[in-house]
Write a protein that binds this ligand. Structure first.
Ligand code: HEC
Length: 416
């Protein structure tokens, strides 16, 4: 009896030794799939997680970050919606990492390894066909709070140009908080009278006159690469300018930035135009000390379109955000719920199944703010907050992208 028992135990132990996770067989594929988009050389993250040595030397921090679900960054309530770029780990994947760390980070057999993913250093969109660069270095001083800077860069496009992929790369990553590149169409009044090719700033609550241009691409913490479907593209009309909005932060060392945007063009005639829209609330006062102030915003679409992605945007008091859709027949559905918003991650959520929105559909956003002292990010709980560009002002914007008929732009979609 005793002997059988011990033998069984031995077998079980042998089995568990064989089955214990190893780096090459079990851990490397998780890092490839869920971590290396960010944790690879040339990306703005503290350490690459590309090989055994790197993973082993960070093993303790990796285990802490994944079991606390801090990494990979992902904030959608799993009970609502399904997203194509969902990157959180399953319970089984987290257990694999914990067991691997507990077993002393065994390497296993390199022959078990899956093929390494080939990441293009620099551009995530592959080699761009066109690159537009700031025409001169923008100096970043060593200290102080910097207003947003704008640089207008002409495209000199002689014909309408359809863009499949666009990516913004900062020249000075250390000092770049975020960059937004928008398209200014030739007949736009936005930023009229401003210099071309030279950095300028706007007043605190000045949007530059006219309707701001359409968002083309951005760089910022957690920004995810665009995921467009077949036949979908963004339009840059002939004669348009690109407007770089640049937000730098200072850290005691001066810097110097020459940011770029790379474009991959559509080679087949596009079937659907992709447009970034937003439901925004810009007239508000969030009372000092309020632990749960609620703001709402909504927009109605006047043409049929297909919803592709969602991007909640708030600043340091942002606490939670929700997108809902209200169909013309009154049916409603929650699209995304972010119960614990973090200003440090500006994530886009791409719908796993893009959703058709008939003309007359409303997108409604609800945002919650914690302006109390209990919010650890709150720089000043005694301040009443208004809309403004700096992180200690607030914002309430629900960005969303739709694919629509080729002749529809922002104005056609939003004005009846
Ligand atoms: C969207 C980009 C992104 C992805 C995907 C991502 N990380 Fe990170 N990670 C970061 C950034 C940026 C930081 C540094 C800023 C911070 O700590 O918040 C970081 C920090 C870390 C840290 C240091 C945390 C600490 O102790 O300070 C660890 C460990 C880590 N990541 C592990 C992982 C692992 C493991 C994965 C995959 C399972 C992963 N990350 C996926 C961007 C990412």
């Amino acid at each position: 009896m005793e002997v059988i028992h011990i033998a069984a135990l031995g077998l079980a132990m042998a089995a568990s030794v064989r089955a214990g996770p190893t780096f090459y067989r079990d851990v490397a594929p998780i890092l490839q799939q869920h971590c290396q988009t960010c944790h690879r050389p040339g990306e703005p993250v503290p350490m690459p997680l590309m090989d055994y040595q790197q993973a082993k030397s960070w093993a303790g921090a990796i285990e802490r970050a994944v079991t606390a679900r801090q990494m990979p960054p992902w904030f959608a309530d799993p009970a609502v919606g399904h997203f194509a770029n969902e990157r959180s780990l399953s319970g089984a994947e987290i257990r694999t990492i914990s067991q691997w760390v507990a077993a002393g980070t065994p390497a296993g057999n390199p022959k078990d390894a899956t093929k390494p993913v080939h990441w293009t250093e620099g551009w995530s969109i592959g080699k761009p066909e066109l690159i537009f660069e700031l025409p001169a270095d923008v100096p970043v001083p060593a200290a102080g709070v910097l207003p947003y800077r704008y640089v207008i860069v002409p495209t000199h496009f002689k014909q309408d140009t359809w863009v499949r992929l666009a990516e913004v790369r900062p020249g000075d990553r250390l000092h770049t908080h975020h960059i937004v590149v928008s398209v200014r169409e030739p007949d736009s009044r936005w930023l009229s009278g401003m210099p071309v090719g030279k950095p300028f700033t706007l007043g605190e609550r000045d949007s530059g006159g006219g309707m701001p241009g359409e968002f083309l691409a951005g760089f910022g913490p957690g920004a995810v690469p665009e995921l467009l479907g077949p036949g979908e593209a963004k339009l840059i009309k002939a004669g348009s300018d690109l407007v770089f909005q640049l937000h730098y932060t200072t850290d005691g060392q001066p810097g110097c930035d020459r940011s770029r945007i790379g474009l991959v063009l559509a080679h087949e005639p596009p079937r659907r135009r992709v447009v970034m829209l937003a439901a925004a609330n810009v007239r508000f006062r969030i009372p000092a000390g309020d632990p749960d102030y609620v703001l709402k915003a909504s927009v109605t679409l006047h043409s049929e379109s297909t919803l592709i992605s969602l991007l909640p945007h708030m600043h340091l008091r942002g606490k939670a955000f929700e997108f809902r859709v209200v169909f013309p027949d009154g049916r409603t559905e929650t699209l995304l719920r972010v119960p614990h918003y973090s200003y440090h991650w500006q994530l886009s959520y791409y719908l796993a199944k893009p959703m058709v929105l008939p003309a007359g559909t409303r997108i409604e956003c609800t945002a919650h703010y914690d302006n109390s002292a209990a919010n650890p990010l709150n720089p000043d709980p005694t301040k009443t907050l208004k809309f403004g560009p700096q992180s200690w002002d607030e914002m309430m914007i629900g960005y969303f992208e739709v694919a629509t008929d080729l002749e529809n732009g922002m104005e056609e979609l939003l004005t009846s």
